[in-house]
Design a protein around this ligand. Structure first.
Ligand code: TYD
Length: 139
């Protein structure tokens, strides 16, 4: 799906454990303005349920697993995140929902902008109108 990509990070694993490094301009294709993490989420919670007007994010499941539903206004895709060596890159104007959290799930989100409620599109019909308006068509 355009606007979303599952990225395999370079990882340095040996018998003692693993390490992943994420750098702005390298693994992270935007200036990093914010990092937040989500933990202790109940299994059946459905988080997200929004899109963003301008925000880009790299989402990493640091522990456990959870399922992402991604929607570009035309198609829906489901992706399971369950490895800290991969990241889900999401550009603007993609509707996302995430659910099916394992008890140990910790999700880190690296974001291109500070928190700004006015950047959220929380109504699905508004999202569909915007996504299909052509304003966010990607080459
Ligand atoms: P919300 O974006 O609704 O989380 P989710 O999409 O994962 O369900 O945010 C939950 C709460 O946290 C809400 O009160 C806003 C607050 N919040 C911040 O203060 N800063 C942030 O960077 C984020 C993402 C949320």
């Amino acid at each position: 799906m355009k606007g979303c990509e599952l990225i395999e990070f370079e990882h340095h694993d040996d018998y003692e454990g693993g390490l992943v490094a994420l750098e702005q301009g390298k693994e992270i294709p935007f200036d990093i303005k914010r990092v937040y993490y989500i933990y202790g989420t109940i299994k059946d919670a459905v988080r997200g349920k929004h899109a963003h007007k301008a925000l880009k994010q790299m989402i990493v499941c640091l522990a456990g697993s959870c399922d992402f539903i991604l929607d570009d206004g035309k198609t829906r895709e489901e992706i399971t995140l369950n490895r800290p060596q991969q990241g889900l890159y999401i550009e603007e104007c993609i509707w996302r929902e995430f659910t099916n959290f394992s008890p140990d799930c910790v999700i880190m989100v690296i974001a291109s902008l500070p928190y700004d409620e006015s950047d959220y599109i929380r109504n699905y019909d508004d999202f569909l109108k915007l996504a299909n308006s052509g304003a966010y068509d990607k080459n």
